[in-house]
Design a protein around this ligand. Structure first.
Ligand code: CA
Length: 325
């Protein structure tokens, strides 16, 4: 019921007496302006307006966005993703796509286990790709969710460009309530910028084609600076004084030897010249501290949460162990 203020603003535009309100998104000034921009980029303006006239406002999407962000600590977050069943699912996906995963590692320089961990955390190897129509989700957030409207209106525009570029029916694509699509949950702007046609069939299909999805996840990490020479994270001791706030975003800025000179113990010798940060976590066995490299930072380009990045990191390590990588 917390969505009432947002809904009331919208109802004001279309009439308060209608119990089920059609979104009428096509008539909105923002949509008319978007259609102009898309037409300038070669899309059929009438088609854009027609698709937008059929876009629905999904109250469930607004509700999901308004749900108070659960601020789980690491000790409660970790067990959601670090499950034996997920590691076994990774092993099955690896058996099916081994050649593709190895080619992605060789050509793009991102380890097989990391690619597997991302796809495992995002969609459980394609099992949970999302069932919202991306058009409806992005229209709802772009036009009826003022707090993030600018961002999501941009993603809605990218969805149309994607449809044109990849010859997809943008109106039929499915995704999460925030419009993230396919095995790796790419939002439209990321799809446009980082997806690759990894099976060379002339299309970039991240939704039904696991080969393109694997290559694209690897490409996303590679483009954000993944470096095969680095590890990702390593536990350290005597590091509490280096952490201002537990479980906060990281920013690699001090070298291993600088941190060692400040008293941090157990930093790997190979990292003495690497820029690092120290991440503090509330673990099941008490507070724990990790030295993290630029690769950890790269994972946070996929999702800003340091807990997300640590879940991916540890799942990758478990997958590597399971597969003998
Ligand atoms: Ca392809």
């Amino acid at each position: 019921m917390r969505i009432f203020p947002v809904v009331a603003i919208t109802l004001g535009l279309v009439g308060l007496n209608t119990p089920t309100v059609s979104a009428n998104y096509a008539e909105r000034a923002e949509v008319q302006a978007m259609a102009d921009r898309l037409a300038a980029k070669g899309l059929d303006r009438n088609e854009v307006i027609k698709v937008m006239s059929e876009a629905k406002r999904l109250d469930s999407v607004i509700k999901a966005m308004n749900r108070p962000a659960e601020r789980k600590q690491w000790k409660d977050y970790r067990p959601i993703f670090l499950k034996k069943a997920r590691v076994k699912a990774a092993a099955r996906f690896y058996q099916t796509h081994r050649e593709t995963l190895e080619r992605a590692e060789a050509e793009l320089g991102v380890p097989v286990d990391v690619i597997l961990a991302i796809i495992g955390v995002e969609t459980y190897y394609g099992k949970n790709k999302g069932s919202f129509r991306a058009l409806d989700a992005l229209a709802t957030l772009g036009l009826d969710y003022p707090k993030r409207a600018k961002f999501f209106l941009g993603e809605l525009e990218s969805l149309f460009l994607l449809g044109q570029e990849e010859n997809l029916r943008a109106s039929e694509l499915k995704g999460s309530y925030a419009g993230a699509m396919g095995y790796g949950q790419f939002i439209p702007s990321s799809y446009l910028a980082y997806a690759v046609d990894f099976d060379n069939d002339g299309r970039r299909d991240l939704i039904d084609n696991p080969v393109d999805a694997i290559g694209s996840v690897a490409n996303y990490l590679a483009e954000h600076g993944w470096d095969m020479q680095y590890g990702i994270a390593s536990p350290v001791a005597n590091a509490a004084s280096q952490v201002e706030r537990m479980e906060s975003r990281i920013d690699v800025k001090e070298t291993g030897s600088e941190l060692t000179s400040k008293g941090v113990q157990q930093i790997p010798d190979a990292w003495s010249e690497l820029p690092l940060d120290i991440l503090g976590l509330h673990g099941a066995q008490g507070d724990e501290y990790w030295a993290v490299t630029k690769n950890f930072y790269v994972i946070t380009r996929y999702n800003r949460s340091p807990l997300y990045a640590m879940a991916v990191t540890q799942l990758a390590y478990e997958i590597a162990e399971e597969l003998g990588l």
